[in-house]
Design a protein around this ligand. Structure first.
Ligand SMILES: Cc1cc2nc3c(=O)[nH]c(=O)nc-3n(C[C@H](O)[C@H](O)[C@H](O)COP(=O)(O)OP(=O)(O)OC[C@H]3O[C@@H](n4cnc5c(N)ncnc54)[C@H](O)[C@@H]3O)c2cc1C
Length: 386
């Protein structure tokens, strides 16, 4: 078995891990990034919508050629109502996530980060002071033991690092997302992300995110849902305005996966382990936008290591600084978790109002069903056509 020493071991080479790798690259310390995948960026399990807001604040600029499809804003639909939101905070891009991750990967590699692919972290040994002493990586052919000074856990919603650490955890709140990349010649409103709320998606929404005139990511995501998510998707597909757009569609890729919605961790730093990205719930609600926020979260974890002051307090402060609006998204998350407990009519209205920004999380408690209906009627137009 091979033994390797390093300063930082990053577990996971998706957006959070690549962010960490790029913040540590060039710093003169020895960095290893491990992932069980065969190839960086694939398979893509993402609807590939990114906000311009995050593109603009990203510490590593994404070349324009990767910002494939401009999105002017988000169109929200509920029953017979629609509202289009555009401008700052609503505009963005549809991208090919694998291309962007490949770009980050090559950049980090060229700056000295060593990547070990096709290897999973399977166990680790602790020192007496509870810090991790060494980590065992396994492929189907061999084992590698790594002795890292620090570990950045960027291994996603089902983090193995978190499982192995055996620290106290909060109840895990996740969302099941059915997501297909499809081709259809009947897409409408191709410069808007489309979000649909209704009974078909308890605690969630249906979506159509166009990537071009004829390609879109389409799906349904439901939080804390124990029912059959494929059934939700089927019902979503039968809505007349969805059906008309996706008539005769062909499915190109299945991108379905579980997403994190709530905090699992009490603290994002434990001894010599720093958690980032989805495992630390560093994504933005209401839509679990995590691709670029996770990158920034990982980048921040790297900066924390370089600062030499590796404390949860400092990390939280750095996260709030590097992810503007992160505090607000926590407030929204809390409000949404309350809304999920409501009866379906009020819940759908509240989710519609919250996600379209028509009411703030602070206002939600004072908006009963009647009032929610009147706000929707006042602010939205009747859906006759797109
Ligand atoms: C279906 C779906 C659609 C989404 N759509 C969007 C969207 O449109 N826009 C957006 O911004 N966000 C979206 N998100 C959220 C976004 O994808 C996540 O927030 C983001 O991927 C989190 O990045 P991460 O690096 O923390 O985790 P992940 O992307 O999950 O990466 C974790 C990495 O760790 C590796 N790994 C795991 N365990 C081990 C191990 N034991 N050893 C070695 N490697 C390991 C995995 O192979 C993986 O590469 C979506 C999520 C889902 C599920």
């Amino acid at each position: 078995m091979k033994n390797i020493n390093c300063d930082v071991l990053i577990v996971g080479a998706s957006s959070a891990g690549l962010g960490a790798a790029l913040s540590l690259a060039d710093s003169g310390i020895k960095v290893i990034c491990v992932d069980k995948k065969n190839k960086i960026g694939v398979p893509v399990k993402c609807a590939e919508g990114i906000g311009k807001f995050f593109v603009d604040i990203l510490p590593v600029k994404i070349p324009k050629k990767f910002l494939k499809w401009k999105i002017k804003g988000i169109a929200f639909f509920k029953d017979d109502f629609k509202i289009k939101k555009k401008g700052p905070f609503w505009e963005g891009y549809s991208v090919n996530r694998d291309e962007i991750e490949d770009f980050f990967y090559k950049k980090a590699k060229s700056k000295g980060v060593r990547f070990i692919l096709k290897h999973s972290l399977i166990s680790f040994k602790k020192n007496k002071d509870k810090t991790i002493n060494s980590v065992l990586l396994a492929s189907n052919k061999s084992f590698i033991r790594v002795f890292p000074k620090h570990i950045i856990a960027a291994d996603g919603v089902d983090s193995k690092v978190l499982k192995l650490l055996k620290i106290p955890k909060k109840e895990k709140i996740t969302g099941e997302i059915v997501n297909y990349e499809v081709r259809s010649n009947n897409l409408e409103l191709i410069d808007y992300e489309q979000i649909y709320l209704g009974d078909f998606a308890p605690n969630g929404y249906g979506f159509i995110f166009p990537k071009s005139k004829t390609i879109a990511n389409v799906g349904v995501g439901c939080i804390n849902y124990k029912g059959n998510i494929q059934k939700c998707f089927k019902e979503f597909m039968s809505l007349s305005i969805v059906k008309s757009q996706l008539k005769g569609m062909s499915i190109l890729k299945d991108k379905s996966k579980t997403a994190i919605f709530g905090d699992q961790l009490y603290k994002s730093v434990h001894e010599n382990v720093i958690f980032c990205g989805d495992v630390a719930n560093h994504n933005f609600k209401p839509f679990i936008e995590g691709f670029l926020p996770s990158f920034i979260s990982g980048f921040t974890a790297g900066k924390l290591v370089l600062s030499g002051d590796i404390s949860a307090l400092k990390y939280d402060a750095l996260i709030e600084e590097s992810l503007p609006g992160f505090k607000d998204t926590k407030v929204l998350q809390k409000a949404m978790l309350q809304v999920f407990k409501e009866k379906s009519n009020l819940r759908n209205n509240h989710l519609f109002l919250l996600s379209s920004g028509l009411i703030s999380p602070e206002q939600i408690k004072s908006v009963n069903f009647k009032k929610s209906e009147s706000i929707i009627k006042k602010n939205c137009s009747i859906l006759k056509e797109f």
